[in-house]
Write a protein that binds this ligand. Structure first.
Ligand SMILES: NC(=O)c1ccc[n+]([C@@H]2O[C@H](COP(=O)([O-])OP(=O)(O)OC[C@H]3O[C@@H](n4cnc5c(N)ncnc54)[C@H](O)[C@@H]3O)[C@@H](O)[C@H]2O)c1
Length: 245
């Protein structure tokens, strides 16, 4: 898969899965623009010329507007948008605060909607575009994640609607649903919780950020132009069913 000269946006690309996605595209010749709330520890040795970092919040419409217009001016076009930024605030519903619900929906669902809304006019003008949303296996439902699962389920629905609305402009919209991936997000869980999650995996291991980056590159490729509105689970088989017997 070749991405020579393509202009790619990756949200939440300062670490974890987003960082692997940025590196995947940069290694294939693309120019990457990252929007992340915290760029203080981000570094891309060897790719300083092709990866640009912007500080901002995906759920703040002013930040998104400024970012997208800056990218369009700098690179002249936007070929690929990867909505990757996401947060967790886990709790059972009887202990979850309204703020924990709102903040997750804001970043995980409103963010991709705002980014898409700003980028789509540019993609329509080019008669070309690829949007890839990072959802989660949790969109199927997870105990303690009424906020997170709802946000990712909503993002699956957004993916399907935009696939319909944008097909006539040669823009595809797809989603990648990671299972347990070893990133700063999952390492922020207690070691006991992380171990329990590993034990529940069919292969008894977490995936790597690069596993997700390759799936994103597939949807974003020239070759995937007739695939739209789909969800690809990249989870070592976890979405198939229970591993307990
Ligand atoms: N790690 C997993 O096991 C896993 C599983 C399923 C889905 N996902 C999804 O993959 C995506 C990346 O997850 P990760 O594990 O790399 O997480 P991470 O916490 O390691 O990285 C997320 C990045 O997003 C940025 N971010 C957070 N809020 C933001 C905002 N409002 N605006 C801009 N940037 C913001 C963070 O600063 C960080 O750099 C998320 O959407 C997450 O829900 C992760």
């Amino acid at each position: 898969m070749e991405f020579e000269g393509k202009s790619v946006i990756v949200t939440g690309g300062a670490q974890g899965i987003g960082q692997a996605i940025a590196l995947r595209f940069a290694s294939a010749g693309a120019r990457i623009s990252i929007l992340d709330v915290d760029v203080s520890n981000a570094s891309f040795p060897g790719f300083e010329d092709s990866i640009c970092l912007f500080s901002g919040d995906v759920a703040n419409s002013l930040d998104v507007e400024r970012f997208v217009s800056d990218v369009a001016k700098r690179t002249g076009r936007i070929d690929i948008l990867v909505n990757n930024a996401g947060i967790i605030r886990d709790n059972v519903i009887w202990r979850m605060s309204e703020d924990e619900f709102d903040s997750v929906l804001r970043v995980n669902l409103k963010g991709p909607w705002l980014l898409s809304k700003q980028v789509i006019p540019i993609m329509k003008g080019q008669d070309y575009g690829r949007i890839v949303n990072i959802v989660s296996r949790a969109w199927l439902g997870n105990f303690g994640q009424s906020n997170y699962s709802s946000s990712k389920g909503g993002l699956v629905s957004l993916t399907r609607v935009l696939a319909l609305e944008l097909a006539r402009f040669n823009i595809t919209v797809n989603a990648v649903a990671p299972g347990l991936i070893d990133t700063p997000m999952t390492r922020s869980l207690s070691p006991e919780t992380f171990d329990k999650l590993i034990a529940a995996q069919p292969g008894k291991r977490a995936g790597k950020p690069e596993d997700i980056a390759h799936a994103v590159a597939f949807f974003a490729s020239q070759e995937a132009g007739f695939i739209s509105g789909q969800v690809l689970h990249v989870d070592g088989g976890k979405s198939i069913g229970s591993t307990v017997f």
